[in-house]
Design a binder for this molecule. Structure first.
Ligand SMILES: *Cc1c(COP(=O)(O)O)cnc(C)c1O
Length: 357
């Protein structure tokens, strides 16, 4: 039996997507072989990657003048790729640091340039615009739109005064409309809201491509992907296929506006449950920065953590344990997590609090 899956990533996939994968597994659209067994240069695969790119462009309204790049690997490669591609002749970059992933990105960037910490928080909030100490000489401004580990999400797009803005949207892409034109680059790993592990996608303004230095490894240079239609070498074909199906599913469901509506309902229900628990559950995250994707909370009495998780599992509520660096609980409410699953978790939380409160 399938559970309700609140895992942070790899994470739940839409059931309808899994059904298509099952149905197409042995004989992919008349090819007589699976998608994993045919050439990435075949017309059949060209259609798949084409559907993924068109889907992304349609769903996010990506303007002309931006390339959509499909890359091997995940988020960590992009931590290196961002400075390697964007520094150009400049030697400085601004980083907004407010959680695990922006901190990791900062550490990697420090290998390549001088990094100005434009704002700092330890995973409780998204720094406000007026707090940002931006350097006008920075090559770019970097931030993580949704800090997956801490459950902190930006509710605004930072204004940078013309300096290219770069966002890691790995865990909240496709969950609300984005004005891509405000960004120099947006990148995301696929395994949270857009498919499976092994694929990272970047939307990059074309004038920012081609600035990597001669020592940049070819597979980290965005130009490699831009010039080859992301087919320089063998791409992660299965991962791109799954993302093409997620695009199709998102479009059928009503697109990112509909995902925004659903995510507000789902996360609202859990935050309400926490707020109304009279301190039985609490969250460190400030109200204006609460993530719609990763709801983090702790039990007042930590000795109840294990029984809480065991009871959740008994009810088919999986993956609720918090990240090891933060502790407590985390429910990840990506697009593929249905409202009924969140309702079941909220009901369980209330019942558990009544029994142990
Ligand atoms: C998961 C995650 C990453 C890391 O991705 P990997 O593919 O594991 O390297 C980076 N940023 C964010 C926001 C994430 O959620």
């Amino acid at each position: 039996m399938r559970c309700f899956n609140f895992a942070p990533g790899p994470a739940a996939l839409p059931f309808e997507v899994l059904e298509v994968i099952r149905d197409e597994l042995f004989d992919f659209r008349g090819e007589g072989a699976s998608i994993m067994e045919i050439s990435h240069r075949s017309p059949a695969f060209a259609k798949v990657i084409g559907e993924a790119e068109t889907g992304i462009r349609t769903l996010l309204g990506v303007p002309d003048g931006y390339d959509v790049l499909f890359m091997q690997g995940g988020g960590h490669q992009q931590f290196s790729a961002v400075p390697l591609n964007l520094l150009g002749t400049r030697r400085k970059a601004d980083y907004i640091v407010n959680g695990t992933w922006s901190r990791k990105a900062l550490k990697e960037a420090q290998k390549f340039c001088e990094v100005n910490v434009a704002a700092l928080d330890d995973g409780t909030r998204a720094p406000r615009q007026q707090e940002l100490r931006l350097d006008p000489d920075a090559a770019y401004v970097y931030y993580c739109d949704n800090e997956t580990v801490h459950g902190v999400e930006f509710d605004y797009v930072p204004e940078t005064g013309g300096v290219p803005l770069v966002a890691d949207m790995s865990s909240n892409i496709m969950t609300r409309p984005v004005d891509v034109s405000r960004f120099g680059a947006i990148w995301f790993g696929a395994q949270k809201n857009f498919g499976i592990a092994g694929l990272a996608i970047a939307l990059v303004r074309q004038d920012l491509i081609g600035k990597a230095g001669p020592a940049c490894p070819v597979m980290l240079d965005w130009k490699t992907y831009a010039q080859s239609g992301s087919l320089f070498n063998t791409p992660p074909v299965f991962a791109i296929y799954v993302s093409s199906l997620v695009c199709r599913w998102l479009l059928q469901q009503g697109g990112v506006k509909e995902m925004q509506r659903r995510s507000a309902l789902k996360s609202g229900l859990l935050y309400q449950t926490i707020d109304e628990s009279e301190g039985f559950y609490r969250t460190r995250v400030q109200k204006d920065s609460r993530s719609r994707m990763n709801v983090t909370f702790a039990l007042r009495d930590e000795s109840l953590n294990e029984p809480f998780l065991a009871g959740a599992l008994e009810r088919g509520l999986k993956g609720v344990k918090g990240h090891r660096s933060v502790g407590g609980m985390r429910a990840s409410l990506y697009n593929a997590v249905p409202q009924e699953g969140v309702q079941a978790l909220a009901d369980y939380m209330k019942e558990f609090a009544r029994r142990h409160g």
